[in-house]
Design a binder for this molecule. Sequence first.
Ligand code: ADP
Length: 482
Amino acid sequence: MSTMSTKSEMPEPRNLVAGRWVSGGEPSVAVVNPADGQVLTTIPDTAAEGVDEAVRAARAALPAWRSTTPFQRAAVLHRLATAVRGDLEPLARLITLEMGKPIGEARGETAKLADAFDYYAEEGVRVYGETIPNEQAGVTSIVRHEPVGVVGAITPWNYPLELIGWKLAAALAAGCTIVVKPSEYTPSSAVRLFGLLAGAGVPDGVANLVLGAGTAGRALASHPDLDKLAFTGSGATGAAITRSLAKAILTSMELGGSCPQIVTASADLDEAVAGCARRGFRNAGQICIAINRVYVQREVHAAFVDKLTAAVAALSVGPGLDDPDVGPVTNAEIRDRCAAHVEDAVARGAQVRAGGHSPSDLEGTWFSPTVVDDVPPDSLLGSQETFGPVVGVTPYDTAEEAIALANGTDAGLAAYLYARDLGEVFSIGHALEFGNVAVNNPDAGIMNAPYGGRKGSGHGSEHGREGLHAYLQVKHLRIRYG
Ligand code: ADP
């Protein structure tokens, strides 16, 4: 397969509304390949009228879709999973072209999208209600789970398909209809995905796509006829969206955060290093659950940093289509933030052990995989989300200190702990104020367990049974029969 992009593989940037491909307006937002700086396509920023048409289509499709049985919806979702697997390579290439990740990771992401459709097909038929005893004879109480209704979903660019998929799969399984607005950096894999819906039997209007940036996003978030808004993205945009809601609807917000890793003196150091090299640098560190700040107990600090430096220096860097370990970062904002975080830490006494710069000989947007040691906790790198291939290490002495450092920012999505002492595993694991804590492994998020944040990292769960219930609402039906 070619490692060059061709114009012919870029789908026409159109909206899908009520099953028809329609124009979202004049093309105005350029989509750039971060590996070489070339413009791949230009999309419209759909205005309020176009977004309104999509929401109306979703509303019109709701009564019929929510009346289907979960088994009928499961059949559709399974067919969609099969369709995605059959289209894996073109979908993966579009992800890599537009956001830069290694093609192997893009294939993995696309495979996980298919898995999400299968998972929620199966979970959807297991939504059980409850019967509750009543004090009075001849009366029974039933609790039913019913679809929330029309959902708006606004998604970012770091996992262009997966983050749509979790919302789309759960919403469809629950019997909701949806309007999705993907990131303006990564619209084309979404366009291609939505092209698969009709063939899989998703009825017209059940899932609609609107392209655009802030204009389309604001129009969707503030639309008065949504029943729920699901958002993944930055904390600042999440806060803006919360303010712009037309009424007090249900929301799920996954806002990322700067994730800590604690490595105690009892840890298997090689595993801790391998975990950090994976979870800090996969997807070029552009993951909400990326390890950003590492707290290492002083006895093992020097050895950990030496090993981590060697592991990170060995990571291959190159265009995503060549399948390196680390591709470009997706845009200049990320590159500049990486540089600013490193510069600030160094100015406060930290040392760069690996990387630390943007290679000047490459077109596109790049930042070298970077390890910074002795990072002061109050520096930008020590306290904020970098969202790039940069990890900062800080030594600590006591478990209390490590817990205070890990909990000491507004981030509450994921934390990582490497320790073999069972007392440490439980006492530190319980004390971490995060929605996901991975102990002695770097994978805090799996499809069949709830995944979501606390504090500034948002609220609500995706994945697992909880991720389906995020699209359901309870009804108490109290029936007198005697
Ligand atoms: P990132 O993708 O860098 O995490 P953002 O939070 O800026 O960052 O973007 C996430 C999504 O929110 C994108 O689809 C973007 O177009 C959309 N968006 C940006 N600004 C707004 C806004 N004011 N209202 C609604 N959506 C927005």
